[in-house]
Design a binder for this molecule. Structure first.
Ligand code: SF4
Length: 306
């Protein structure tokens, strides 16, 4: 069996920044160090930091007055930030700059009097943070059908934004439908789906014809990892999303000639190596890395930990 290892895969610039920021914050400020939501959506990364003394919370009231609090890469709403300041918390903001860009677009559209439609997944930390950026309610759409259900006047002044980690094809279909219903709808000057999400999906799609099955390494609550598995399935290949090698079922690969291996933007490379090694041992597989695009994006650490 051949293992086609997709590149780029795994950690993006935002996850690299957030993980390094938390490592440095623990080293500089000591523990316990509180983090609002999981620092990134990966079980292994979160468990590792928990063992080092990070405490992950979903409610600011759980953080003792005056403690250190880091915001995750997914960002927070202004209401959460204000609550943190009222509590006297010392905030370290590890929001990915590409999520912050969407926040700024939301604020700008709201200032200009637009009704905002957000394409995203209900309940995702990033979506909650983005929806909280403006006082007027945003209209969340998850599908083409949701666009059909929108109850806005035909002439409404509409702007749309998207979550950063969507399937590019699904988002395009939803936006197309929105533009059919509301031709005047205005999007952000630059696409909201981030470079890392786009590149990982592009690499997967380009390599898919060479593979019979796909293995995606990532956690189930990681939006971009789940989307990679969906993109593979939509491309006609069985795809399996695993957190680590222990979740692999050998039956998935029996009789297959080529397996495409990729990883979501929050999955550490060590877990990819673990999975690849397991496939090599069980199936005497050879490994070929296929680089579809080079990435050299880096984000600065939050000031407090530089
Ligand atoms: S996936 Fe994209 S938006 Fe999310 S942290 Fe990475 S670079 Fe930022």
């Amino acid at each position: 069996m051949r293992i086609l290892l997709a590149a780029p895969r795994g950690f993006c610039a935002g996850v690299n920044m957030a993980v390094e920021a938390l490592d440095r914050a623990i080293a500089l400020l000591g523990t316990p160090l509180y983090v609002y939501h999981e620092i990134v959506h990966n079980r292994h990364v979160v468990d590792d930091f928990r063992a080092k003394g990070a405490i992950f919370v979903d409610d600011i009231e759980q953080v003792p007055v005056g403690a250190n609090l880091m915001y995750s890469a997914h960002g927070v709403s202004p209401a959460i930030h204000e609550a943190a300041l009222r509590r006297g918390l010392k905030v370290i903001d590890a929001t990915c700059p590409l999520v912050r860009k969407v926040h700024l677009e939301a604020a700008r559209f709201a200032r200009l009097g637009y009704t905002i439609v957000l394409v995203g997944h209900r309940g995702h930390d990033e979506v909650i943070g983005t929806m909280g950026q403006v006082a007027e309610p945003m209209h969340l759409v998850e599908s083409v059908e949701d666009v059909d259900q929108l109850d806005l006047p035909a002439s409404a002044k509409i702007a749309y934004l998207t979550q950063t980690t969507l399937s590019v094809d699904d988002a395009n279909q939803i936006i197309e439908r929105l533009r059919v219903r509301y031709p005047q709808a205005l999007g952000a000057a630059k696409e909201d789906i981030c470079y890392a999400t786009q590149n990982r999906q592009e690499a997967l799609k380009r390599l898919l014809p060479k593979a019979d099955v796909v293995l995606v390494i990532g956690s189930r609550n990681s939006s971009n990892s789940t989307r990679l598995a969906e993109v593979a399935q939509e491309g006609g290949r069985p795809a399996y999303l695993v957190d680590h090698a222990g979740e692999i079922d050998d039956g998935w690969f029996r009789g297959k000639q080529a397996v495409l291996v990729t990883a979501g933007a929050s999955a550490p490379e060590a877990l990819v190596s673990e999975c690849v090694n397991r496939l090599r041992q069980r199936f005497d597989a050879s490994v070929e890395e296929h680089t579809v695009r080079h990435e050299d994006v880096e984000f600065a650490l939050p000031l407090e930990v530089r």
